[in-house]
Design a protein around this ligand. Sequence first.
Ligand SMILES: C[S@@+](CC[C@H](N)C(=O)[O-])C[C@H]1O[C@@H](n2cnc3c(N)ncnc32)[C@H](O)[C@@H]1O
Length: 298
Amino acid sequence: MERMMTTENRKEQQYGDLFTADRDASRWDELYRDTSTLFNFNMSVRRDRVCDVVFQRYTPEHAILDLGCGAGVVMEKLLQRGYKVTGVDRSNDMLDLSRKRLADYPSDSYQLRQGTCESLPFEDQQFDVILCIGVFGYIDDVVGALLEIRRVLRPGGLLVMSVRNPYNAAVSDLVTGARALVRKILGRFRKPERQSVPQPTPSPGEGDASPRPPQFKIDILQTPQPLLKGVARCGYKLDFFTGFGFGPLSIAGKRLLPHSWNIKLSNFLDTTLDKLGLQKLSRAVGDVSIYGFIKTGE
Ligand SMILES: C[S@@+](CC[C@H](N)C(=O)[O-])C[C@H]1O[C@@H](n2cnc3c(N)ncnc32)[C@H](O)[C@@H]1O
């Protein structure tokens, strides 16, 4: 029987089999080995910056969950520094790649479990820090996932989340940028449509006293404001932000510089923004955004 496409499981239909052996699983294993393209380079910087957050703030005694652990690249870095880590992924094929990668590390220093951000196989308040890197863009029930993650975080625990930034394309590609500008200008003159206000629905078991926040989306390419507002409504507060990875400089999708030059240009912009104290601007111009959110309340 043909499977019915519902709006609730749109991303599951679109990406459900993306991280499998016959599709992209091995890509997420291999891309960290070759950092000659800007994208691969950015992914390695992302992994390293996320691990640095752990190294700077947490000791090996803290409980760490790598949620959507993929091929175990973040886990490996943490294990190399003596941390213990739990990895969870929806895809068994990705978990197999993690297993292979981590085979030489002591078996009591890590565990791998199948699970999803929306339904985690853990008791409440188990983890001090949860890393969810490059995962939220594939999730339909973003609010459900944020509440579930919050459930297994200890009070004051940290959620580190990474998304990619749609503005980067507009800033680094002259044609995309011009189109975005025209759309923005035209949008100003369009009559605003009447919007229905989403009604909060109680989450299971919470009753009327604690209504579920209204649903919102996190896309693969995500703008900061809706993300920050939506996450805050789910019981988190922003703790830190870091952005990086400008480029590749292009015209209508055609790259203007060799990858090595793009990487140099991107590094130059990152350090310059940092030196000028303009890190926030990298939210707008960088390709990769990493947010740290602290769980508020109990
Ligand atoms: C782009 S890869 C990133 C993997 C890894 N975090 C990294 O940085 O290399 C996204 C991973 O998220 C997993 N994933 C997607 N949706 C998920 C969900 N709802 N729950 C748990 N894992 C999920 C995929 O199977 C895949 O391994």
